[in-house]
Design a protein around this ligand. Structure first.
Ligand code: ADP
Length: 736
């Protein structure tokens, strides 16, 4: 019996050996490369079942071999047996000990690619008796950081090309020399020397190349560090500015409230001092922020149509207010040829002129005479060059300081700060802003007589579709005692009180409900009705942007409550983020009480109660392409105001349409929803019922295809293109 068993084992072993010979030939050598299991890129498992005579019973891939796997037991692990005769050992071990045997074979296939084969030999048992052998083979490939290396190699290849070309040229020269060397017997030594020189040059070049490459990688490393530290600086600045503005908000705001409480003469004096110091601190923070933005190359100029005359007159009316100690007289002379509307950043150009006029007022005695002149220098194609002059009869600037004063933190005299205040940043910012418009600024001055600052700007001409936008100016709030219900979302208790008192001082009939963070706000909006939401941005738990986004996704009419952001961040990106999350407007902290209250009036009273935009589905589509009657009512019958608002739509609607088109292409459902909402309202105010209907249909389509597949919007664009000129002409005739 023993005899038969022995023969059986031998026969079976031989048969199995034959099956594995081919497999084992492939794995003959074991490589030294380590197999990295984290980088497995391909896995292939197969299982084979043999009977005890060595016949292959079945050959399955991994998905079907669960029953096979369930038969395996933990067993001996034998690594590194790769020679053919070892197969016998595996099988014998497997049968004799009735255990499974694991074999691992590792080898490198190609550069960087390592292959590992795991073989498991396991006895297949039934009622305690071995019925056959299961062999499972698993092949795995690991690739080590291949993509990374590939990129590096590509970079290097690129840099090397130029140097390689030179080496090729040198090689060519050497070949020529070699040829000459063979042909000529006379000049052997000379030629040999020349060849040697070329070899040397080639070597030098190769050395230089490796130095260049080293330098390049060092450069890249440093570059990355700089980029990171610039980002840190910006985050630091944004946060610091926020941290300073928040308490300043409270200081200036409460001072304003105290000023309205009939203070006595002394108190009035002290309060005014606090207010002025607070405002000065605010100016300084703004200057430092502006300067660091310019230096970081992050100052983005807006491009919008604006009226130069309107801008100058607003600056003059803001600055020429008679002060206790000064009689201020500002004279304006604007060349008739200066175009009505030009394209630029009205906010920044206002800042440039304001800086200069403010300096003129500051550095002038009791009688202050200022002249502002604007001339058209030339028009070339779409470009308009304008020259601005600001002259005063003030203290003047010493000749040798006329250049220096444009540098940061530089003043003409050591005692300037003590006598007149200031930091010496204004002109530096002014100069850099002017240069961003490819302009130049200079000063001519005589001590004791006065100074003239001259600068030029190269702006774009407005095309026929561009209308003048609003230049920034503080609005007077309309007095009202209408009952307004406001949700104030603000985490800081001092700011809660300040905003509440400010609003109540304007309209004692306002109801103010407070939410300490965005999440509470969302819950409150769901269960209460508000006319308006004032939304702080930085808050714990849920910030203002996230809350606004959620509110805009609620069911109507909750999603249409006007939201005004209250932000202490001065950056444009921050304001844009508020708009892109569906907020209607923003007030800056520290807020100006007039600004805050007039915005509350605008959104909670004017727009909400007086007039309903023609944006309801129930509204029939009218025959007229547009109707401005409702808008005219909002504007209190003032044609000028109507023209201004229509001008704003002429800019915002094409921008919304273009954003909508992009969002449709990208299937960005959030943006599509937001833009259709905004367009529906805009078209509604312009009485463009057909366009409103088109937008509503689009919303319906989107609801039916929530993934945003193929939304037709060109007909909406066509409708706008058709109607916009008609509206413009209508307004023009009204004005005439
Ligand atoms: P600041 O006014 O804050 O000191 P600026 O950069 O605006 O900083 O001005 C730098 C300096 O240039 C002033 O400190 C002052 O010495 C001088 N300066 C600017 N404008 C005038 C002016 N209109 N008349 C006299 N000196 C001026």
């Amino acid at each position: 019996m023993n005899h038969i068993a022995f023969i059986l084992i031998i026969v079976y072993a031989l048969a199995i050996t034959a099956v594995f010979v081919i497999l084992l030939k492939k794995m003959h050598k074991r490589a030294d490369v380590k197999f990295d299991y984290n980088n497995v890129i391909q896995k292939k498992t197969s299982a084979m079942l043999f009977d005890l005579n060595g016949y292959l019973l079945s050959d399955r891939d991994s998905s079907n071999n669960e029953h096979v796997l369930s038969c395996l037991h933990t067993g001996d692990h034998i690594s590194a047996f790769t020679r053919a005769k070892d197969i016998e050992t595996y099988l014998n071990t497997c049968i004799r000990h009735k255990r499974n045997v694991t074999v691992k074979i590792e080898r490198s296939v190609k550069d960087g690619i390592v292959k590992r084969i795991d073989l498991i030999f396991s006895p297949f048992k039934s009622n305690g008796e071995i019925k056959g052998i299961i062999v499972i083979s698993q092949e795995m490939y690991a690739k080590d950081r291949e993509a990374e290396l590939l990129k590096k190699a590509n970079d290097l290849a690129e840099q090397n090309t130029a140097a390689q070309e030179q080496i090729t040229q040198l090689d060519a020269q050497r070949s020529e020399l070699e040829l000459a060397f063979k042909k000529s017997s006379k000049h052997h030594i000379k030629l040999q020397k020349a060849m040697y020189r070329i070899e040397q040059q080639k070597q030098d070049l190769e050395n230089a190349l490796s130095i260049i490459n080293e330098q390049k990688s060092e450069l890249e490393r440093v570059n990355a560090e700089i980029k990171k530290s610039n980002q840190m600086k910006e985050i630091f600045l944004a946060n610091t500015s926020h941290e300073i503005r928040t308490p300043l908000n409270a200081i200036i705001g409460f001072t304003n409230l105290l000023l309205k409480m009939n203070p006595d003469e002394y108190q009035l004096n002290y309060l005014n001092n606090i207010k002025n110091s607070g405002n000065n601190l605010l100016f300084i923070i703004n200057d430092i922020l502006d300067l660091s933005k310019i230096e970081a190359g992050k100052m983005d100029l807006e491009s919008t149509g604006f009226d130069v005359r309107d801008m100058v007159s607003k600056i003059v009316s803001t600055l020429s207010v008679k002060r206790d100690d000064k009689d201020i007289n500002i004279n304006v002379d604007i060349d008739a040829r200066v175009p009505e509307v030009v394209v630029g950043d009205p906010y920044r150009i206002t800042q440039v002129l304001t800086n200069l006029v403010n300096n003129s007022i500051k550095f002038t005695g009791a009688y202050c005479q200022i002249d502002i002149v604007v001339r058209l220098e030339r028009i070339v194609n779409d470009d308009v060059e304008l020259v601005f002059k600001v002259s005063d009869n003030g203290i003047g600037i010493p000749k040798d300081k006329c250049e220096e004063i444009f540098q940061s933190f530089t003043q003409a005299n050591k005692d300037t700060t003590r006598k007149y205040g200031g930091t010496g940043l204004g002109l530096s910012i002014t100069k850099q802003l002017v240069e961003m418009y490819h302009g130049h600024i200079s000063v001519e001055s005589e001590e004791g007589k006065g100074s003239t600052f001259t600068f030029n700007l190269i702006l774009k001409m407005a095309d026929s579709t561009e209308s003048a936008n609003v230049t920034p100016s503080a609005a007077e709030p309309v007095a009202t005692d209408r009952r307004i219900s406001i949700l104030l979302v603000e985490d800081n208790e001092i700011n809660q009180q300040l905003a509440t008192d400010t609003i109540k001082a304007w309209n004692s009939n306002t109801q103010i409900d407070i939410a300490g963070n965005g999440q509470i706000a969302v819950e409150k909006v769901k269960s209460n009705d508000y006319d308006l939401i004032l939304m702080d941005i930085q808050m714990p738990v849920m910030d203002g942007n996230a809350a606004a986004k959620i509110i805009r996704q609620l069911d109507p009419p909750k999603n249409q409550i006007p939201i005004i952001a209250m932000t202490a961040h001065a950056f444009k990106e921050e304001r844009e983020r508020c708009f892109s999350n569906g907020m209607n407007d923003y007030v800056m902290k520290p807020f100006d009480s007039d600004d805050l209250c007039s915005k509350i009036y605008k959104y909670a009273v004017d727009i909400r109660h007086e007039v309903k935009p023609v944006a309801d589905e129930a509204d029939a589509v009218s025959d007229e392409p547009f109707n401005l009657d409702a808008l005219m009512k909002i504007c209190g019958g003032k044609t000028e105001e109507l023209s201004r608002i229509v001008g704003v739509y002429a800019i915002s609607i094409p921008a919304d349409l273009s954003d909508l088109a992009t969002a449709c292409r990208n299937k960005d459902v959030d943006t599509i929803n937001m833009k259709t909402h905004s367009l529906k309202t805009s078209f509604g105010y312009l009485g463009m019922t057909t366009a409103v209907q088109m937008v509503l249909n689009l919303s319906k389509l989107l609801a039916e295809n929530p993934d945003g597949t193929i939304l037709p919007i060109t007909h909406i664009m066509d409708e706008w293109e058709r109607t916009a000129p008609l509206i413009k002409e209508y307004v023009r005739q009204l004005q005439a």
